[in-house]
Unconditional design. Sequence first.
Length: 156
Amino acid sequence: MFRSIRVWALLGLLLGSTTMLHAASCSLSATGLSFGNFNLLDAAPRDSSSSLTVTCTGITGEVVSYSLAAALLPPYSDTRIMANGRYSLRYNFFVDAARTVVFGDGTHGSTVIGGGMTLSGSQGQAAHTIYARIEGHQNVAPPGSYGDTVVLTISY
């Protein structure tokens, strides 16, 4: 009889501990990024920025850690490509205002963005600025509208 009491007590502790674990739910939103009109003959690069906002919901006081990644599609060679038909322009995303640390998926020398928050009122938000730069002196492409789609991933 004594052994069965211990087993039930242990099971009660295990069940009690699982009810204390909570799984927050998080989402990611981004503002659009535009370089505006750009003179392809300019030697100077054109800079822009965007905001990524992480919103998490769960239990008040819950601590949520997360990371943000931007896919680097092959073949990646230190730059991203915006296209207009068969023409392309080079650009990239960065995590720092000096535009020296590439925002990516952690491969090819790029880095992900990490963060955390404590939920208040069952919700929390954190904003991150992403810096972008289109390289100057790209006179191989004709005028037009260029674009790219970047897959962002949030892990929490």
